[in-house]
Design a protein. Structure first.
Length: 181
């Protein structure tokens, strides 16, 4: 019975270890109470997503001079969600977004930035530099798989190896229990 538990635990550990890790990119939000707007500082003509938590209603409406149309928020997984587009003719500045939830109205400022503004470069490197090689640089082969990490094929091979190891442990345990019994 002990070897079966070890086999099960080893299989679970192998499955967890070989599962792909998904990292989400950070998104800038402007938040006020239960209302959030993403991106926090959109450019004219860009799309924005609105979320509102803490509203007991099934729908809400967001209105702003910055939006092309009013936004109807609907419940998705317990949160009111909606999307709109910032007017392309807008000038940079701060615009109020008024969200009506039942009898309550909430306001959040939305800062629209000039679409031609470029973000400043970071003060330090954010990625490794491919350097070295010297006279053999022309012989180097760039392998994208190295940078991407293990994929589905590696996960399947790992699970198969873990399964084979589990069967071997179970067989050995059953042989040992027959000899002693």
């Amino acid at each position: 019975m002990g070897s079966a538990r070890i086999t099960l635990c080893a299989g679970v550990m192998a499955a967890v270890a070989s599962a792909p890790v998904v990292a989400s990119a950070p998104t800038a939000y402007a938040q006020d109470g239960g209302i959030s707007v993403s991106p926090a500082s959109p450019a004219p003509g860009s799309d924005v997503a609105l979320r509102m938590s803490g509203c007991g209603e099934k729908t809400a409406t967001a209105v702003s001079a910055a939006f092309v149309t009013d936004v109807e928020l609907a419940v998705v997984d317990g949160v009111l969600i909606g999307e709109s587009r910032v007017r392309s003719t807008l000038t940079a500045g701060t615009y109020d977004v008024k969200v009506s939830c039942g009898a309550k109205a909430h306001r959040i400022p939305l800062t629209v930035v000039d679409g031609r503004t470029r973000p400043t470069a970071p003060s330090s490197p954010v990625a490794p530099v491919h350097a070295g090689g010297g006279g053999t640089a022309h012989l180097a082969v760039v392998d994208d798989a190295r940078e991407a990490g293990p994929g589905t094929v590696h996960a399947v091979i790992g699970l198969l190896l873990a399964g084979v190891a589990g069967v071997a442990v179970a067989l050995r345990g059953s042989r040992r229990s027959r000899r002693t019994g």
